[in-house]
Structures are given as C-alpha cells and as structure tokens.
Design a protein around this ligand. Sequence first.
Ligand code: PLP
Length: 431
Amino acid sequence: MKLERSIELYTKGKRNLVGSVNSPVRAFKSVGGVPIFIEKAKGSKIYDVDGNEYIDFVLSYGPMILGHRNSKVERAVEKALKKGYTFGASTEAEIKMAKLVCEAFPGMDKVRFVSSGTEAVFSAIRLARAFTGKNKIIKFSGCYHGHSDALLVAAGSGLATLSIPGSAGVPDEAVKNTLIAEYNNIDSVENHLANNNDIAAVIIEPIAGNMGVVQPTSEFIQELRDLTKASGVLLIVDEVMTGFRSKFGGAQELLGIEADITCLGKVVGGGFPVGAYGARNEIMEMVAPLGNMYQAGTLSGNPIAMACGIATLKELKKQNPYDKFEKTAAFLERELLAAAKEYGIDLQVNRFGSMINPFFTKEKVVDFKSAQTSNTEQFKTFFWKMMEHGVFLPPSQFEAWFLGTAMTKRDIYKVRSAIKIAMKAVAEKKK
Ligand SMILES: *Cc1c(COP(=O)(O)O)cnc(C)c1O
C-alpha cells in the first residue's frame, strides 16, 4: 500500500500543527503507522493523496450520511455561497432549519443552533442548571459529550484509546459537580440520586457510540426516564451522534423515551459545523434573549451551514434509508461473525441502525468496562488489512463504523471480501 505522499505531508505538518492533526483521533495513534491525508471524496468513496481509493465508513464520524458531495446538497451550498458567507443578522434559512429539526423530535418546541456538538452539550448543561437551579450532573462512564471541562471525565474513545484517565488542564473544581454512573446500571444512578439533592440533570448517549456501539437495555433506559422524572432531574439526551442516524429524528423515539433537552450535531449540519440544543418551550424560554441564561455565537446559524443542513435533512427524509441501513448492518454483522468464526477469532458485534461495531473480545459488550476487554492489537491488524483492501474504518477499536446512503451493493460485497482477508490476517498474527 503506497502512502508516501501521506507520510510526506504528515512530516511537513508536524512543524506547525500539533501532531499534524486538528483532532486527536485523526492521528491514528491507536492503530500505529502514519495517518492518511485526504485529497477528495465523492459518494461512498474517499481518496487519499497517494491516490488510494477507499469505501468510506468514517463519513467524517457521521455527518456525511448521504455520502460525499450529494448533488442536491452541493447545489444548495453553492447557491448559498453566492449570497454571502455570514451576516451577523438572521436569515430565513435558520427558520426553515429550526422547523425541520423541531418537527423531527416530539418533545422539542424550540431549538438554538450553535457550531459544534461540544458547544451544544455544554450549553444544554448550563440550561439544565439554569432551569433547575441545581449544579450537579450525572454522566455515564464511556460516554463522550464533547471536550468541555465538566464533561471530560470517563469520556470514552479518544481518551480510552490514548489511555488518558481525564485530561490535563481540567481543574478539580471543574469536575467536582460531575458524578459518574455506569451505563446499563440503574442502581449506579439511583445511588447518586439518593445521596445528592443538588442534581440538575443526567446526560446520556441514547445509544453509546464513543466506547464503541453499546445499546442500553430497554429496562435501563425506561427506568432512567422514570427515575429522573420522579426526582425532578432533567434528562439530557445527547444525540450528536445518533440524531437522524437510525430514523428521521432521534434514537430516543425508537427507545420509547422523550428527552427534556436534546443535543444535536454531526448529521444535522451535513458536513458543515452545526450543533443544536432544543427542548419544550418552558425550558428554552430560559435562554437569552427570552431568558437570562446567556449563550451566543458569531457564526451560529451560519447561512452556508444552514443551507447544507436543510438540504441534507430534506434529502434524508425523502430517501428514508433506515430500513436499508438495518439490512446492510445485519449483513455486515453476519459476515463479520462468520469470518471470525472461520478463523477462530473472538468477536462481538454491536449495532444500532446505521452504526455498527465489531469488538475483538469474547465478552458481551454492555458498558465501558466490557468494551475495554477488547484486543486492540487484533483491531490494529484488522484495521490496516481493511485499509489495504480499500475500506476506510475509524482508526480505533472504540469508534462506530457509519453506514451511508451512497454505499452500493457492490461496495458492501467488496467490504465482505476485505473482512475475510483481514480476519485471516488477524488469525495468522495470533499464531
Ligand atoms: C461527536 C460528539 C460530540 C462532540 O461533537 P463535536 O462536534 O465533535 O464537538 C458530543 N457528543 C457526542 C455523543 C458525540 O458523538
């Protein structure tokens, strides 16, 4: 596999960029080797600067659900570009986008657009504190909610992969109001609620995607909703990854729960920087200018980003690819398990809608601890063999593979062949 030009750029980039990247997972640290540099992408394919072609399962960690440069989206973005980039005043596009988003989430009357998932989540936390007048929040071990200080504890993939317990530069005071519970363990939530009367909110990834894909059991998620409601604690559902991925709208609807505050990002911007948080009127009316919870942004609701988001959501709604995603994911699960069995490799596959995750372990993966039993050396071998055979996967055992609507049957058959070869390589390495 030729990677000379990527190696050249990686070396050159290190001079003025931190590790030659702008986000740590792009550094390929947990799989070793040099990170690839991208030249371009179209549809289901992405091309690196050495001319290697890959079927793209990273999809920019979710946003490119329609594949790259969908023609309708591209036209909408081009049209918006010609009118100007940002104005510091409102546009009609923001209203259209807000309507699309609010209609997709049953409990959402109003929404505020921001520029990233991180921003959406830390704003939602501030809002929950403003609304309840309380300070503490409960988060789950292995869930990632962006890189704001208060949430950088027990925070999943990026950190898990790098084996950093938290982050340097986060003062104890910043996390002293963050309580950690265990995913799929309602007792761990109940304990915190019983021992603290200052809890504003519980925040959760409805389907965890940042310790690898981990589903909540239906009892756990139902009990979590009932318990928070009964305790007067808000439930913040972080759908930055899951929003619009498993249905048009949120995973919470599929799970039969309704959030008090929903956070969005990734797909909602279709590849441009958009995040959002939304809730019922009573809660959103706390936010300035209606209320006294301050939150602002120079580029919030940016017209190009809104155009891209609107076009992406409209196209998604029209294509309604969710049954197809389910079938494709089921097919990949079968193929992964069959190949693992053939070559005597321990493997678990977790999936939900268009997110799928093989874990190299024999333990069932239900929380952060069980995810951590994965053999990351085996994943490393698997990852590079898949790359060699034209499949771009997230370079971490603990990141979901994302399906996109542009993937064809042919792509998926090609992936099946690559899986067999890669699993064989894992087995050979084991000997
Ligand atoms: C990606 C992600 C975030 C952070 O979003 P950014 O746009 O990277 O800031 C927050 N929560 C979840 C669940 C995510 O997957």
